[in-house]
Design a protein around this ligand. Structure first.
Ligand code: NAD
Length: 235
């Protein structure tokens, strides 16, 4: 079976990474307009670099949770694609091989586009400062993060995978950030699950709503898939 997991900040909440919009979320402590917008990068780039420098360093303090591992485990039996709005690397660290990041990846820094539009990526293994330059293009380096006001990456690939999925599992996202959220509107998959512990996030009759956290909800999906397999084998 072809299974797509579409994940948001709630996927990593049980690993201890704060979400953006919950009451204990990241935006309670930081003003997004100061640290995470394309305007902020122009106005005060060092403040934006400092915010993401610190975030990248903290990545190692978090571990994948049982949900990340369960998704990786499923790929032993199924074709599993992960499409994530998260910028952490917990899916990869749990063993998922096929992970598409829509909003960037905190483990990487990048150059500005070349004259021909190509971008160079580097490991984010040291702080970015004003004056940290790409060795090839000599442009200013920046975190590989899609800031508010910028266009998400990989949208075409993501749409393609979602449209071809037999099972779509949407986990831990408030589906408030566009255009990423529009990717899962009107899905074609036979089974579509929406996992969220907040009952108010049950936003569409198109989805089978699992009112649980990512870890518990993914367990339920795994069980559903194995029951489905047993039923098919009996037929
Ligand atoms: P969001 O903060 O808008 O929403 C988080 C959602 O997760 C909410 O609907 C909440 O009810 C749900 N949630 C909370 N705890 C949960 C749990 N234990 N299990 C399952 N769901 C839970 O997040 P979003 O929709 O992903 O917002 C989009 C932006 O937030 C994305 O751009 C993403 O890059 C960014 N973000 C990423 C990270 C990360 O990389 N881990 C962290 C914070 C924000």
């Amino acid at each position: 079976m072809r299974i797509v997991f579409f994940t948001g900040a709630g996927m990593s909440a049980e690993s201890g990474i704060p979400t953006y919009r919950d009451s204990d979320g990241l935006w309670e402590q930081h003003d997004p307009s100061e640290v995470a917008t394309s305007d902020a990068l122009e106005r005060n780039p060092q403040k934006v670099y400092d915010f993401f420098n610190a975030m990248t360093k903290r990545l190692k303090d978090y571990e994948p949770n049982a949900g990340h591992y369960a998704i990786a485990e499923l790929s032993k039996e199924h074709t599993v694609h992960v499409i994530t709005q998260n910028i952490d690397n917990l899916h990869e660290r749990a063993g998922s091989q096929d992970v598409l990041h829509l909003h960037g990846d905190l483990t990487l820094m990048r150059s500005e586009p070349d004259e021909d539009g190509s971008i160079r990526f580097y490991d984010y293994d040291q702080d970015i400062k004003v004056g940290s330059l790409c060795e090839t293009t000599k442009s200013q380096l920046r975190p590989y993060v899609v800031l508010f006001g910028e266009v998400p990456d990989n949208l075409g690939y993501a749409k393609n995978r979602i449209m071809r999925a037999d099972v779509l599992v949407i986990v831990g996202t408030s589906l408030q950030v566009y255009p990423a959220a529009s990717l899962v509107a009107a899905p074609k998959a036979k089974y579509v699950f929406l996992i969220n512990p907040d009952p108010e996030e049950n936003i569409s009759d198109d989805f089978r709503f699992i009112n649980k956290t990512a870890v518990e909800g993914i367990k339920e999906v795994v069980e559903f898939l194995s029951n489905l397999k047993e039923a098919e084998e009996e037929e």
